[in-house]
Design a protein around this ligand. Structure first.
Ligand SMILES: Nc1ncnc2c1ncn2[C@@H]1O[C@H](COP(=O)(O)OP(=O)(O)O)[C@@H](O)[C@H]1O
Ligand SMILES: CC(=O)N[C@@H](CCC(=O)OP(=O)(O)O)C(=O)O
Length: 299
């Protein structure tokens, strides 16, 4: 038996669940885009658990790209320096001063900490943001309010949407077995930084890379039919079924998350998943078993 096969067998025997062999075989070479949100990234234990699963995926031959958020860390930093920020339509209104701190928190603190932990766990992670190599071009996002057939445009400062993606740098890194760890801060045509919601950035990136799967890790078990009932999880739905739930079931932080899942699928990703990143081995289980865990959006 080869040394590599030995290593894989050791990894598999360390897992607490039975791996589906077919899924294991097809994982090799598959590109999986994982988005880790503020909530799933703040607890130290959870952070290390997620990193350990990413390291296992890497050893099993998957090509992993990580996009991180950091809403909680941004809030902490803004509070520390006394800058007030508000959310409008799910996006943080970001003036020039706040943008400096957003970039510091995302592309500095969160990105480098995650890269540090990953590199301490046997993988080779490279931390970059949408700004590097003009990877993601941002365009200014406005908050649009429709009233009686007319549209009002609200200025959100340096909040951006993904305009264009150049995947060359990511593909180069992935092909050389590096794990790219991406902060969603991106440059506009004017060269300035824009604050892009991490879910939306991740959904677009998964689509541009034609990832096999887009997995958003959060701190809730998935999309709930009734937010007050943890057992009301919607385990599987199509894009059309998901679209029908905006404005009723889908609220708050779930809005950009589901939008991101839909964008990814529209651009060719086979399935999008929302799972609870705080639960042990869940990321591996959705990739290596047929268990119905979290919410899967697939057409
Ligand atoms: N139908 C729903 N099912 C589950 N969560 C929902 C739903 N509607 C709104 N939410 C909210 O969305 C949150 C997840 O989004 P968010 O806090 O932005 O996640 P993250 O910071 O991990 O990216 C949940 O914690 C919950 O409060
Ligand atoms: C425009 C906008 O709202 N950007 C987000 C970027 C970080 C993010 O999305 O982090 P989570 O994934 O942890 O929520 C923000 O400023 O909070």
């Amino acid at each position: 038996m080869s040394e590599n096969q030995n290593k894989i067998d050791n990894v598999l025997s360390s897992l607490s669940f039975e791996v589906d062999d077919q899924r294991l075989q097809s994982l090799k070479g598959q590109l999986i885009l994982i988005k880790a949100g503020g909530n799933a990234l703040t607890d130290e234990e959870t952070k290390h658990e997620i990193v350990s699963q990413i390291s296992i995926l890497n050893q099993l031959g998957a090509k992993v790209v990580v996009v991180h958020g950091g809403g909680i860390e941004i809030k902490q930093l803004l509070d520390d320096v006394g800058v007030v920020s508000e959310f409008v339509g799910g996006h943080r209104k970001t003036d020039a001063k706040a943008m400096g701190y957003v970039e510091m928190a995302l592309s500095g603190m969160v990105n480098k900490e995650l890269v540090g932990i990953l590199n301490a766990s046997n993988v080779r992670a490279v931390g970059i943001s949408g700004r590097d190599a003009s990877m993601v071009r941002a365009k200014k996002r406005f908050h649009i309010v429709e009233t009686d057939g007319s549209e009002e445009k609200h200025d959100l400062g340096f909040v951006g949407d993904v305009d264009e993606i150049d995947t060359k740098l990511i593909k180069t890194l992935v092909d050389a077995d590096y794990i790219p760890v991406l902060s969603p801060v991106s440059s506009g045509k004017n060269g300035k930084s824009y604050n892009i919601n991490a879910d939306m950035f991740a959904g677009h990136m998964a689509g541009a890379l034609k990832a096999e799967k887009f997995v958003a890790l959060t701190n809730i078990d998935g999309l709930l039919e009734n937010i007050d009932d943890p057992d009301s999880i919607i385990s599987k739905l199509t894009s059309d079924q998901a679209r029908d739930l905006f404005g009723s079931v889908i609220q708050g932080g779930m809005i950009p998350k589901i939008e991101a899942c839909l964008i990814a699928i529209e651009k060719g990703v086979k399935s999008s998943h929302i799972i609870n990143g705080t639960k042990t081995e869940l990321l591996l289980r959705i990739l290596l078993t047929d268990d119905k865990l979290g919410t899967e959006i697939k057409n």
